[in-house]
Design a protein around this ligand. Sequence first.
Ligand SMILES: Cc1ncc(COP(=O)(O)O)c(C=O)c1O
Length: 366
Amino acid sequence: MSVLVPYRSALKSLAPYPPGKPIEEVQREFGLTNIVKLASNENPLGPSPLAIKALAAESSELNLYPESGCHYLRFKLAEHLGLEPNRLIFGNGSDEIVAMLAQSYLGPGDNIVISEHAFVRYEMGAVMMGAETRTIARLDWRHDPVAMVGACDERTRFVFVANPENPIGSFNPLADLERILAGVPRTAFVVLDEAYYEFARQNADYPESLQLLRNHDNLIILRTFSKAYGLAGLRIGYGIGHADAWDPVDRVRPPFNVSRAAQTAALAAMDDSEHLQNTLDNNARGREFLYEELKKLGLPYVETAANFILIDFGRPAMPIYDALLRAGVIVRPVGIYKLPNHLRVTIGLPEENQIFVDALRGVLRN
Ligand SMILES: Cc1ncc(COP(=O)(O)O)c(C=O)c1O
């Protein structure tokens, strides 16, 4: 017997998203017990202790559906950001917001504009909806604002600008964002994906993008609790934009898309400035350590504003990835990003970074 029901032809060119390899899988495959996972840009310090405590208190309520509109989180975040609550939408990770935007605004004949090596979920959203993707070359690892604007037409619905970009770590300054917003037709959204915002804003020239909302109703900003807030496992992210932008998105949004646990933990994590600061400090220290060690190994890397580093091996990187796996270190291959000679490593705890460097040194020696 087999399934004879035909599926949508648009999906024929869509492969499932390849996530970072889970620790358990590497343990099983290689018979290893000690594994270091630096593959998914997770928070190496774990979740905020305040979030864990709030979650425990909430556990007796898990028989109840959550509030669908994330009421308390919406108002707290709106106040924190200095915005009206109706400018926010919440998703099962910011990833779900990308998918809901695609479902709301894209169809055959429409197009999206992205930069080469962009986070893959944007193109996957376009493919899913039968829309075209226009891919623009980068300038020195950054988005090329002029070329991105030049690629737009009246059927462009999104220009996706991850800032910083994953898997690169680079970011564009305010003037570039202004150029993009000034040039893109009003019939397209500029989606500024700031998944790594809390890390990136430690850089003096990282743009504070909320100010751009004042003059641009077609600007959408995406952020997440997955990275600096350490809640990737609960899946919660949010979008900021004009209330009208969310009207169709709310129609496709599944009811209760953000769990009770995720809302509770996010509310608590927002109050944990100590955990956030520790996360940022650990990341800054780890970044400098890894830069130094990569220099010693003669490996070029892209300067990062995020919690990962893109390393250039100057030759196919999969054998290096495989050898690191056998040594118990999981990093991220980026072949699907058309970067076959690179690997992306998440900045971990000091001891994890050291294990990675030692393993890498061993692998490169052989
Ligand atoms: C640039 C970028 N956007 C969005 C996401 C999705 O994050 P989440 O769905 O966990 O909020 C990620 C996750 O890796 C990312 O790197």
